[in-house]
Write a protein that binds this ligand. Structure first.
Ligand SMILES: [Zn+2]
Length: 449
């Protein structure tokens, strides 16, 4: 049905002697009994770079958008790539087999949620995240920082938020009890599951993420919002840098100590909100440390999302892959790809699907509107996903109204395929030299401009 990314020519050429993808859970690349993971099993190679342009947002008109391949112990990721989010080591209502069938190359799970349930020791004993959830491919975990911090500020993660209202460092969403407190060493928080008090720090996050065993992990950072004051943002960037240094040291110690495990790559996270000088400063700090890649995180104003990526890429070595954390929308994806983003995670396709919001090239619509009740066409004309090949709008509408789990399944498969294919098509447009045309046409169709 869809291209299997592990069967493309580039992959076959690069890994002629590598075991088949299905064997990488049993024999990950770069893992040998009694030895630390071989760091050479993780690398990034650039395939095509977007040419510099008069309106390029990087230094001297540089444009950092590119295609490439991230090699990991559990397989390759052809970039730019979409990273579906399976928070608790599961895609809600969709099997990993279906995610592979719809073309997903990798998945991201949440260190904080897995720490709470079932506990990182279970994943370690299972042989790591990928094997535990029967996912044959690369995996990511985020550090848990965002989830822990969001207990404190009461805000949902928003990458592209509007700046409104006054600034304050101590905003709690109305009706919410504060559950997290930041200090120099880490964060103390109360579990939303059972109210137990826990500590998270750089070392604790690294310990948890090593046991979870994803191919790509993120350093523990302090998340701020656009509501925080400038002086707090400055403090936070420096604190995140000190935590980043501790993460690198602990990560190196654990890599040496945990023998026989595949190498896990560590990305440093650049904060700095919407301040150019702070973002550049934070990017230089993170670039100076021995990270394998970079996470572009925190609150960013939508209007400068492309610029923010470019400021960070100005400081970053070319061979470090760049992940944009928690992307929100189609136009943000284009802006971030053009300015250097390689991978993008997003909860929207699954979350929207469960509410009946369906993504198509012509924009989003809600399938639960009355006009779809007798509509026996596919969710999207021309879509190659399993749902559109076999089921109608009327049926999916019925299932969602009846709260049938298969409704979630079918709608999620379509929406995840939409984003996976969007990034696949963007990748092809960069390699084919028609990125600008594809971007303009896609945005015009999606937003009806
Ligand atoms: Zn579809």
């Amino acid at each position: 049905m869809t291209d299997n990314p592990t069967n493309t020519t580039a992959d076959a050429t690069a890994n002629t002697h590598a075991p088949a993808a299905a064997d990488l859970n049993e024999h990950p690349r770069g893992a040998a009994p009694g030895k630390p993971g071989d760091r050479a099993a993780f690398s990034f190679e650039t395939i095509t770079r977007l040419p510099d342009a008069a309106d390029g947002k990087g230094k001297g008109g540089a444009r950092y958008g590119r295609t490439g391949i991230i090699h990991t112990p559990h397989g390759d990721i052809h970039t730019p790539a979409f990273v579906p989010v399976g928070t608790q080591a599961a895609m809600k209502a969709v099997l990993p087999e279906s995610m592979r069938d719809l073309g997903a190359q990798c998945l991201l799970a949440n260190a904080f949620h897995l720490f709470e349930r079932p506990g990182e020791d279970v994943l370690d004993a299972a042989g790591g995240l990928a094997k535990f959830m029967n996912w044959h491919g690369p995996t990511f975990t985020d550090s848990g920082g965002f989830q822990v911090m969001s207990l404190g500020v009461g805000f949902k993660k928003t990458l592209a938020m509007d700046v409104t209202g006054m600034k304050s460092d101590d905003i709690i969403a109305e009706g919410k009890e504060r559950l997290a407190w930041v200090d120099e060493d880490g964060v103390t928080f109360k579990s939303p599951l059972n109210g137990d008090e826990h500590r998270f720090s750089a070392e604790i996050s690294m310990g948890i993420q090593h046991k979870i065993g994803a191919d790509i992990m993120f350093a523990f950072d302090e998340l701020t919002t656009l509501m925080n004051t400038r002086s707090y943002q400055e403090e936070s960037v420096e604190r995140t840098y000190r935590w980043a240094q501790r993460c690198v040291a602990e990560h190196q110690r654990l890599t040496e100590a945990r023998l026989g495990k595949p190498y896990q790559a560590l990305y440093g996270v650049v904060q700095g909100a919407n301040y150019e000088d702070l973002r550049r400063h934070a990017a230089e700090q993170i670039a100076s440390l021995d990270f394998d890649g970079v996470g572009i995180g925190g609150a960013i104003e939508k209007r400068i999302i492309g610029e923010t990526c470019a400021w960070i890429c100005d400081a970053m070595p070319e061979n470090r892959p760049r992940h944009v954390l928690g992307i929100a929308s189609v136009d943000d994806i284009f802006a971030c790809v053009e300015n250097g983003g390689d991978t993008f995670d997003c909860v929207a396709p699954a979350r929207c699907a469960r509410n009946g919001a369906i993504f198509t090239r012509q924009g989003r619509y809600n399938i639960k509107r009355a006009q779809h009740k007798f509509d026996f066409g596919p969710l999207e004309e021309g879509c190659d996903c399993y749902t559109c090949a076999h089921y109608s709008r009327a049926y999916v509408d019925h299932l969602l109204r009846a709260h049938e789990f298969t409704g979630f399944t079918l709608a999620t498969i379509h929406n995840e395929r939409f984003f996976v294919k969007l990034l696949d098509d963007i990748r092809a447009s960069i390699d084919g030299g028609y990125f600008e045309e594809f971007r303009d046409e896609s945005l015009a169709h999606f937003y009806g401009k």
